[in-house]
Design a protein around this ligand. Sequence first.
Ligand code: KIV
Ligand code: ZN
Length: 515
Amino acid sequence: MNDGIDGVVRIFDTTLRDGEQAPGINLNTAEKLQIARQLAQLKVDVIEAGFPAASPGDLEAVKAIASEVKGSVVAGLARTRKGDIDAAWEAVRSAEHPRIHVFIATSDIHMEHKLKMSRQQVLDEVRNAVAYAKGFTDDVEFSAEDASRSDPAFLIQVFKVAAECGATTLNIPDTVGYAIPQEFAAFVKEIIDGVGTPPGVIWSVHCHNDLGLAVANSLAAVQSGVRQVEGTINGLGERAGNASLEEVIMALKTRKDRFGLSTNIDTTKLYSVSRLVSRLTGVAVPPNKAVVGDNAFSHEAGIHQHGILCNRATYEIMKPEDVGAPGTRLVLGKHSGHHAFRQRLEELGYSLSEEELRKAFAVFKELCDRKEVVTDGDLEALVVDEILGKTANHDYELRHFEVHVGSRGATATVTLWDGEQERYDAATGNGPINAAYSAIRRITGLSPELVSFRLQAVSEHSDALGEAVVVLKDGESTAQGRGASTDVIEASIKAYVNALNRLRHRAAQKEVVVR
Ligand code: KIV
Ligand code: ZN
């Protein structure tokens, strides 16, 4: 895939790796597959599917993506340790185009305080790791973590070693989002000029958004000769996130006059991928978010509306249809058949198996008895919470609940299925949700900390589904759960139970701390 055509900027998506490292996000394999399928349809060049050495769950998910998803390169991240590289190869080897992505930090502060290695030791690690990875596959990417705060002369040495050992992509991360555009463009140019570009090698950047400059820095680097940009959908990621890929892609397309470059992306899929990622991760897209926010193509001011009616180009630099933003939203109801249901889900970016579709259709029909119209938001909540959100190790399930609310508080009785039998208990609380959560803690004997709780309507209709998103923490592990129902108390209980299951699933997988 490293074809060296320099008129094309490769898009490397790390939503499933760096994006998934964001606090509170934990996707199961079915959810990761769902996103990976959509990324392939979006035609991203590389999907970084995970960090296989981090946990058995990561390894399993990367393997599943590598085996199923075609078209894009599938990459697995690895530190310079042999064990990491072995795990990465095991995970991606079945991919149509596998890549091993090796990284080590190169800034003095990281080498001294985190790695406790000298420059020479880091150079040796790079040499050994890249050569070892190259023994498995031709497609090896090397990243110098915290490159933007590294000594340029040392960084040039590091990249030369990586290239000599066979790395085909050389990545310059701004790991802590410290760079500013002009300075970063000059820095990247200095590194590229110092190393040269060996035949078949592509330069890449990976920018974090701590100062809100990740997209600007990525574009500045492109102007210095970089031909791969790494980032995530909706800018998800550690701390303030990564470069928002939809923004990078649309900037390159909209300002082609300036960049003179293109991407392989089908931009009409951007909106649906953004929604899918938002739903599955539970991280809302702000309405004013560039490119994919709900208001990105709305015109409120009278003077703007007048201009738009005369000629859209007066106030629109991109067309909503360029990013697949919907003009009008379709609604489904009890007369809608299986075919319309399936088609709408596909338009929304979901590709379900026949079995999943059958289950989803049954839940949809139940919902139609409770609601007159089923909106896109309802459908998404239904698929995400009822179908994809259930993990294989889904040991607790809500069977029944009852709440009594009075002016002095509430009492709740909850019955859960624990995988083998029904168990119930009752508790009091200052409100019905609080009481129900206490009852669940009594049943399960688990008492994780409730980190956050959010309840929202998934569409603008008055009978909209309520969706609850709950984040629980137990020791070092956090997990997010979601639940949807026409009854907000039921949605809240389902979300709590879902988060509990995910937390237990995580603990069972004993994730390693990687940085
Ligand atoms: O931010 C970073 O430096 C990374 C590397 C692993 C590429 O995520
Ligand atoms: Zn990163």
